[in-house]
Design a protein around this ligand. Structure first.
Ligand SMILES: Cc1ncc(COP(=O)(O)O)c(C=O)c1O
Length: 379
């Protein structure tokens, strides 16, 4: 099945009891057992729920994976992956990450004796310098949030495999429409479903997709034992959102391309980060591993201090100043004071997350209105 067909149908059959086309919202915490253990495969909704099960099958299909697990947030999904580790284990990850990922690594899991190496992954061979007997996991984000660096998933995947290390990829920015890390050698794909997969800024959710059955069983145990699983209503909303993922992504990419080109020559813009430009440092890898370049763009404002950056960020009329990304509506974000505030300034400066950086999540509105809004906000 092709992508759009899977987005609409995977994991979903007409409801056997009524014929309803849409998977019902099974709003129940528990299930009848004829005698102890004699049930229809569902016992308690923390572990299993039919609406969530349909969603997990659809999510797995979109990433060409055997298994999907939905969590109550992207951070809940990341937390579950980290709980595969034990004190003394080491993780190699990028130096440009979503602030919440950096925070959970440094402020939660470092306290449990797990060591993190935050490194420049633009050259995959750099990963080899940090591998030792304790290395158990490589965690990649690509494109990175917010400077849109691209990591070569296949090259890091080969290094991980050679050294028997798990590779997890945060695929939130690309979405499965643009990139499928499992096909490139990843063991686990993580998504903040809150973003493109949900697509309508009305749900917070996370997911893991993977192929290996033993690993799935270990992660399912953590999912059920720790309990960060989403409810049936949120699962239904994401199933509904997924049905237009391919249509939305096409529009995000097309609007993103036009906006990136407009901003590239704008006199108020200093740097622009978008992997579709041929002069992006990892454009060739982006071209190889992604089907298009998406609607996420970051810019720095020429000569702007914090106050001027705040002024610009607050002067949009169609773009909304807000955290998050990937919804149908365009958002503007100031990473330093919003999504990346938990990363120390010295670390942010190293990768270019500066006071004058703004991140755009380009939505699917009419392009003329988005361009007019940028023109007036940057005037
Ligand atoms: C790249 C990336 N990964 C993970 C997360 C965390 O997901 P959630 O907010 O659903 O917990 C986010 C949230 O912004 C993100 O942008």
């Amino acid at each position: 099945m092709k992508f759009g067909t899977k987005a609409i149908h995977a994991g979903q059959e007409p409801d056997p009891s009524t014929g309803a086309i849409m998977t019902p919202i099974y709003q129940t915490s528990t299930y009848w057992q004829k005698s102890p253990g004699d049930n229809k495969g569902f016992e308690y909704s923390r572990g299993t729920n039919p609406t969530r099960k349909a969603l997990e099958s659809c999510l797995a299909a979109l990433e060409n994976a055997n298994f999907g697990l939905a969590f109550s947030s992207g951070m809940g999904a990341t937390d579950a992956v980290m709980k595969l580790l034990a004190p003394g284990d080491e993780v190699i990850t990028g130096n440009d990450l979503y602030g919440g990922s950096y925070r959970i690594f440094t402020k939660i899991f470092a306290n449990y004796g797990i060591k993190f190496h935050f490194i420049d992954m633009s050259d995959p061979n750099n990963v080899k310098n940090y591998i030792n007997d304790h290395t158990k996991l490589i965690w990649i984000e690509t494109p990175t949030n917010p400077t849109m660096q691209i990591v070569d998933i296949a090259a890091v995947g080969a290094i991980a495999k050679e050294n028997n290390i798990l590779l997890a990829v945060d695929n939130t920015f690309a979405s499965p429409y643009l990139q499928n890390p499992i096909d490139l050698g990843a063991d686990i794909v993580m998504h903040s479903v809150t973003k493109y997969l949900g697509g309508h800024s009305d749900v917070v959710m996370g997911a893991l997709m993977l192929n290996d059955e033993d690993l799935y069983k270990r992660l399912w145990f953590i999912y059920n034992a720790c309990g960060a699983t989403p409810g049936p209503m949120d699962s239904f909303l994401v199933l509904r959102g997924l049905k237009t993922l391919h249509l939305r992504m096409k529009a995000h990419c097309e609007n993103g391309r036009q906006i990136a080109e407009f901003l590239k020559t704008h006199p108020k813009v200093d740097k622009i980060y978008w992997p579709g430009f041929t002069d992006h440092p990892n454009h060739d890898i982006a071209k190889k591993q992604m089907r298009d370049f998406g609607g996420m763009i970051s810019i720095t404002l020429k000569g702007a201090d914090l106050q001027e950056t705040y002024r610009v960020a607050s002067s949009f009329k169609v773009f909304t100043l807000a955290e998050s990304l990937g919804g149908v509506e365009s958002l503007i974000n100031h990473p330093v004071s919003m999504t990346h505030g938990s990363i120390p300034k010295a670390e942010r400066d190293k990768v270019g997350v500066t006071d004058n950086l703004l991140r755009l999540s380009v939505g699917v509105e009419d392009i003329e209105d988005l361009l007019d809004d940028l023109k007036q906000a940057l005037s």
